[in-house]
Design a protein around this ligand. Structure first.
Ligand code: ACK
Length: 814
């Protein structure tokens, strides 16, 4: 960017300049561009002129898309020096041939020319490149100056991000300070040039995200090998110039990449003509593992695991205390010192390779040569191929701690990490990996076989036992297709229902962890013998959930009714319930925003399935954090159908004399009048959504500024335009603020006082997955009040009581 000195220019000439004529794409040295006039590129794609960002009165010279209605600024000349009135003037200084922006005879901004111009013209090209060139020379190699060499916050197709050593150019993208101020913020996206260059995002001097180096196919941090639907990524390095570039797959599309200070991320955006809005194709950092150095030196991040960080093989946490408290900043150190000549390598498959700062590159070596070279150099810590095409070629070696590693099973590359031979004693790295893969495959296959056998065996049993379940003859006609387990098997699996296996107390009795003979882990719900009320819930759950199948509903594997026992057997959810994460001081740190957002979307899809897409219309009536379970990959599964009600046809609402459910989640019309509907589930979802964003429980909510409950607290902050103060402190750092803002808006829509004002779950799913404008909010329903705590003063129908957050419910007649 040009550094301005307030030089004098031939202003007496200004008055002899003519203004640019309408819709021109060029100005010559005898013309100027005043505030209010614009240049328009030949095909009408881009426009250049003066603008004010948002509500600001400052004037800037900038460029935007001409043919879309949402003004989107892609380049700004005077980012740091706004013009305070309408006197701005863009012209070619006749004495120097330079491009100058002035205000009242003072230079505000000037271009930095490669050489003095003879007969210059300024032209706005259809690519969005503003170029100063000799009037008779259109060759891009000879441009005197071009805006593409001085990006603002946007990378347009065809622009380069990187360095040109011959012309001393460092083309980098820097975020606006905020939406009203285009001056450079502290978020920058630039090419880091070392032996093996890679693009990096910086927050001031702190690295925040790394794309990974180019591996011949793509950047090693790209999560999949699938071609990008919009952008074609390019990388160029000839020693004189190193750059990254995006091109359009389909030239008729309008797309860009930009960095945003508010969201702290880089966005890939495409213009949706049909919807007349920008659609966000992707944003980085995507998740916890994308944040630079998430697991510290020599730590490996796997987003599918909980916790996501683990030390590389042969390493241990440097500070176990901090590591266990989920502070990974110190990373990992070696278990044993390296031996040098007697070392070996652990092969990691599907990796984003480490930060290349301390790396060395040789593009001609083979992998074997690379391995030899690394073994022979006692400082070499890891190696890989620099080009993964055709079986791999080239050699990269690392000479220090390995930083910012992550597992990318669908796209990464192999990385060989040096360890002492003793760490490889039992098996070398490759065998170890293959062993793991084969091992898990056989478990899956045998689990599937066992389940299949159970299914074949059990139909007969279930029908025979229908009477015990209390089915009507009508219900018995329905083939529930539900496996029936032998009591002895469950008793063995749960260690005779030992206390050690007990997971907790559910709606109608205790829940135990079990392990079947084939190794499959299960969760067994046992109907309390003493619980008269539980029988109805038990029956209800069997009948309803057996008919449901969705990836966001917990899967019932079978049941057992034998002697006095009534048991339900579920797939085991290793990460337990959502409330054990969001309300726990340590666990909640694991729930970074992207994971919370995935969980919110999963619950919404599960609920949509219940309300609309399943065979029956089902109202759950007890949606809450403790009824959402998390599988090993943190996918949410709605559980506990003991209170659910099913409807056929178009019915979607009913009334009950006996209100069941959980305080803190009940919609006002349900708690007061017993009216339940899909919209009362939507209300409960709204509370849950607010709890996930805030990390605060609605029931027992205590707020110093006297809000009645979490809803009122959220509503007050929303009205005061401070909704982001609601965010859980543990997700603030790496979260996508616009997404969080949207989720708060959606939760308040779900919490509207009147059911008809609340969105359906299908609208919620759409709203969560798009950038479309959301409906205006009215006052939410503030019920869930204090009076509920005193049973005697309950104004409701026969309401339930709540003990320790469990819904201790009274079943109603069905
Ligand atoms: O929060 P939690 O650990 O997860 O405690 C409760 C307890 O049983 C009573 O509901 C746990 N639980 C219920 N179903 C399952 C399941 N399928 N897998 C693992 N834990 C479960 C729940």
């Amino acid at each position: 960017m040009a550094v301005l000195s307030f030089m004098a220019i031939n202003f007496y000439l200004l008055f002899s300049y003519s203004k640019v004529s309408a819709a021109a794409d060029t100005i010559t040295s005898s013309q100027n561009l005043t505030d209010g006039k614009t240049l328009i590129s030949k095909n009408g794609s881009f426009e250049l002129g003066f603008f004010s960002p948002g509500q600001s009165n400052n004037r800037y010279m900038g460029m935007w898309y001409k043919n879309i209605p949402v003004q989107t600024i892609v380049w700004v000349a005077n980012r740091q020096k706004p013009i305070k009135d309408l006197s701005g003037l863009l012209l070619i200084d006749s004495s120097t041939g330079n491009l100058v922006l002035s205000q009242n005879k003072t230079v505000v901004w000037a271009a930095t020319l490669k050489r003095k111009a003879q007969n210059p013209v300024l032209q706005l090209l259809d690519s969005g490149n503003l170029v100063l060139r000799e009037a008779n020379d259109e060759n891009s190699e000879n441009f005197l100056w071009q805006s593409f060499d001085y990006p603002s916050d946007t990378l347009l197709p065809g622009m380069k991000l990187g360095k040109d050593f011959r012309n001393c150019l460092d083309r980098q993208v820097t975020a606006w300070k905020n939406q009203y101020d285009p001056s450079p913020g502290n978020l920058t996206w630039a090419m880091k040039v070392n032996s093996y260059p890679e693009p990096l995002m910086w927050q001031g001097s702190k690295k925040v995200f790394r794309s990974g180096p180019w591996n011949g196919v793509q950047y090693s941090g790209k999560p999949t090998f699938r071609p990008h639907p919009i952008f074609d990524f390019r990388y160029f390095n000839d020693g004189n110039e190193v750059y990254y570039m995006i091109l359009l797959v389909n030239k008729s599309k309008i797309a860009r990449m930009t960095v945003n200070q508010t969201t702290n991320s880089q966005h890939h955006l495409v213009w949706l003509e049909a919807k007349q809005r920008w659609d966000r194709l992707a944003s980085v950092p995507r998740d916890f593992c994308d944040s630079y150095g998430a697991c510290g030196p020599n730590g490996n991040c796997n987003i599918k695991r909980v916790p996501s960080c683990e030390c590389l093989r042969g390493f241990k946490s440097k500070s176990p205390e901090r590591w266990n408290a989920l502070d990974y900043s110190e990373g990992c150190v070696r278990n044993k010192l390296l031996n040098c000549k007697n070392d070996g390598f652990v092969k990691y498959i599907g990796m984003k390779v480490p930060d290349t700062t301390n790396s060395w590159l040789n593009e001609r070596m083979t992998r074997n040569e690379c391995r030899e070279e690394c073994l022979n150099n006692c400082s070499c810590m890891a190696y890989t191929n620099s080009d993964i095409r055709d079986g791999g070629s080239g050699c990269v070696m690392w000479f220090d701690d390995l930083n910012d590693l992550r597992v990318q099973p669908d796209a990464g590359q192999d990385l060989y990490v040096r360890v002492p031979a003793s760490e490889l004693e039992n098996n070398d790295g490759l065998k170890w990996k293959i062993g793991v893969i084969l091992g898990s495959a056989s478990v899956i296959i045998s689990a599937m076989l066992v389940v299949l056998c159970y299914r074949c065996r059990s139909r007969k049993n279930l029908k025979a036992d229908g009477a015990m379940l209390g089915y009507t003859s009508e219900e018995q006609k329905e083939d529930l297709d539900l496996p029936f387990f032998d009591l002895s098997k469950i008793t063995t699996a749960t260690n005779n229902f030992s206390m050690d296996n007990k997971l907790g107390e559910g709606g109608f009795g205790p829940v135990y962890k079990g392990k079947l003979g084939d190794g499959q882990e299960i969760a067994v719900k046992r109907l309390s013998r003493s619980s008269g009320q539980g029988l109805n819930e038990f029956k209800n759950e069997v009948i309803l959930i057996a008919k449901l199948q969705h990836r966001n509903l917990v899967k019932l594997l079978g049941c057992c009714i034998q002697d006095e026992e009534k048991l339900l057997v579920y797939e085991y959810m290793p990460n337990k319930s959502l409330d054990s994460f969001i309300f726990d001081q340590t666990q909640r740190r694991l729930l970074v925003w992207s994971r919370r957002h995935d969980i919110i979307c999963g619950i919404a899809r599960g609920l949509l399935y219940l309300h609309q897409d399943s065979r029956l219309r089902i109202i759950h009536r007890d949606i809450k954090a403790s009824n959402v379970l998390l599988d090993s990959e943190m996918n949410p599964k709605i559980s506990d159908f003991g209170l659910a009600r099913a409807f056929g046809g178009d019915q979607s609402a009913a009334n009950t004399e006996i209100v069941v459910g959980t305080y803190g989640y009940m919609a006002p019309e349900y708690a007061m009048d017993g009216n339940f509907s899909t919209k009362s589930d939507v209300f409960s979802f709204g509370i849950l959504l607010l709890e996930i964003v805030t990390g605060k429980k609605n029931s027992g909510f205590y707020c110093p500024n006297d809000s009645l409950n979490l809803i009122e607290y959220a509503w007050n902050l929303w009205r005061e335009e401070r909704p982001l103060e609601l965010i859980d402190e543990y997700i603030e750092e790496n979260c996508n603020l616009s997404e969080v803002h949207r989720c708060i808006h959606i939760s308040l829509l779900c919490l509207e006082q009147h059911p008809q004002d609340r969105p359906s779950m299908s609208s919620v799913v759409v709203m969560l997955g798009s950038d479309a404008v959301l409906p205006q909010l009215r006052q939410p329903g503030f019920f869930i009040g204090e009076h509920l705590h005193g049973e005697s003063s309950s104004p409701f129908k026969n309401s339930t009581t709540s003990v320790n957050g469990l819904s201790n419910t009274v079943p109603e007649a069905r």
